[in-house]
Design a protein around this ligand. Structure first.
Ligand SMILES: C[S@@+](CC[C@H](N)C(=O)[O-])C[C@H]1O[C@@H](n2cnc3c(N)ncnc32)[C@H](O)[C@@H]1O
Length: 462
């Protein structure tokens, strides 16, 4: 592979006697990984039903390697059920090493397409709030899809410059993840186009953006909260130097230890100008010649001591129960998830269940606030795809459950009308939750043994 000369020279200085091992990696195949959605299934259960061979990723409990040259996990109904996310193994590390507890307020500031936000949302287990932001509105659309596919409803998806969020969320978050835009040196093997992009915009260009992002994020973290900063690049100017910059601007931050793994390499240490130890060696570098991942940098920092992290946020002011249209009330009575607390919000035809305690969002560009439950049409309520993905089979009384090997599952995902008179009586009718092996895929309307397909057209199998 043709690597830029300046990049090679820099890596020689950085890696010294390890350089040849590193360069030899470019002749090896890349690693493919999938991460199990623990909001929907445990890793043990997933291992039992996974239809292709997988091997555990040793430093990620819910991460597995698969053979990406042979198997196509994105073309399996379990992928459409949101049971897993496909992700390069070292990219699983940042969201894994940021400790997140159900009930907390969490921000993923550079979140699209959702590789880390989906894991942070899964860790919240439906409680607290995930704000997933990306400056690019087109990329934020893909982010919203992945969040909905994962069944995460306690969410705000925004598309803003980080500086425009600071006034709305001052010292608001318990945890923040910054997976910063970077020069992508750890992606060269996975995606050759990254080399060209690196030549156009290198570490100097990105380090300016990263400095801004990290200081803006710092002002949104509450005292005692934790921030994890990550990149998929090796250059010091985008990694340790950004953390050193944060410590200069905000001296109350401290670098924290992370759960270690034998393949991790310590960050490059350095004293501050005043001779104070910064402990940058507590930050972590991932190199492909030391472990089976493409390459990453991560640093976990804590803001001051502050109050101890709250296990569960107390519900902030709850609205009063509002009068709901009968058709909506009738539908909601059938589903078993908790939609109490006066947090239903009807805007035009659309009905949302809002997360707890969100601030005024006037002036913030958002793609989604909370869980879109569905739409009020003339005297009827149509449940949404996002709601189907948030439910488990037990949460709704009318389900149709077929095994993955039944060819009707893929036909359903393609948007076709399905005959089901062998599994239901022709008398049954109404909204049914269509499942594969017990995991919901979407809605359909049953009448006379035939299911009218209500799978979201934009999500169809092609
Ligand atoms: C490394 S990618 C994020 C990948 C994502 N965390 C994941 O795991 O799927 C960096 C993201 O930062 C966004 N970005 C670029 N400049 C930004 C800025 N100034 N503020 C916030 N996000 C930015 C890009 O649109 C891009 O989606």
């Amino acid at each position: 592979m043709n690597l830029p000369e300046t990049f090679q020279e820099k890596m020689k200085v950085l890696l010294k006697e390890e350089y040849n091992d590193y360069i030899a990696c470019y002749d090896e195949p890349r690693y493919y990984g999938l991460r199990v959605n623990t909001k929907k299934i445990t890793e043990e259960e997933f291992q039992k039903i996974c239809p292709f061979p997988i091997r555990p990723i040793p430093w990620i409990e819910n991460g597995f390697y698969y053979d990406g040259e042979k198997d196509y996990p994105a073309k399996h109904p379990y992928y459409f059920a949101g049971l897993y996310y496909l992700q390069e193994p070292s990219a699983m590390t940042p969201a894994n090493r940021l400790p997140v507890e159900p009930g907390e307020r969490v921000l993923d500031l550079c979140a699209a397409p959702g590789g880390k936000a989906t894991e942070l949302g899964a860790k919240l287990k439906g409680r607290g709030l995930l704000v997933a932001n990306d400056i690019s509105s087109s990329r934020a659309k893909g982010l919203l899809k992945n969040i909905e596919l994962f069944g995460i409803g306690n969410v705000l998806v925004t598309s803003e410059e980080p500086g425009n969020l600071t006034e709305h969320f001052p010292e608001y978050f318990d945890k923040i993840l910054i997976d910063a835009p970077c020069s992508g040196e750890g992606m060269f093997r996975k995606d050759k186009k990254m080399v060209k992009a690196w030549e156009e915009h290198g570490p100097e260009y990105f380090s300016r953006i990263q400095r801004n992002i990290i200081t803006q994020a710092a002002s949104m973290l509450r005292p005692g909260g934790m921030l994890l900063y990550s990149t998929c690049t090796f250059d010091r100017r985008e990694n340790e130097d950004i953390i050193a910059h944060l410590l200069e601007e905000y001296p109350e931050f401290r670098i924290m230890d992370m759960e270690s793994y034998e393949g991790f390499t310590p960050g490059l240490s350095e004293e501050a100008a005043n001779g104070e130890e910064r402990h940058l060696e507590k930050t972590v570098r991932i190199f492909p010649h030391k472990m089976h991942g493409e390459g990453h940098y991560l640093a976990l920092v804590k803001k001051g001591e502050g109050a101890p992290l709250l296990k569960e946020k107390v519900g902030e002011k709850r609205g009063k129960e509002q009068k709901l249209p009968d058709e909506l009330k009738e539908f909601l009575q059938k589903i078993k998830i908790d939609l109490s607390g006066g947090r239903l919000d009807i805007r035009g035809e659309k009905v949302y269940y809002m997360p707890e305690g969100i601030p005024d969002l006037k002036g913030v560009r958002f793609l989604r606030t909370g869980l879109l439950l569905g739409e009020l049409k003339k005297n009827r309520f149509e449940p949404s795809q996002a709601l189907a993905m948030c439910l488990s089979k037990e949460d709704y009384p009318f389900t149709l459950d077929l095994p993955a090997k039944d060819e009707r599952v893929i036909r359903y995902l393609k948007g076709e009308t399905i005959d089901l008179d062998d599994v239901v009586s022709s008398k049954e009718k109404g909204w049914y939750l269509f499942c594969v092996d017990g995991y919901p895929l979407g809605w359909g309307k049953l009448a006379g043994g035939t299911l009218k397909n209500k799978y979201l057209p934009g999500w169809r199998w092609h």
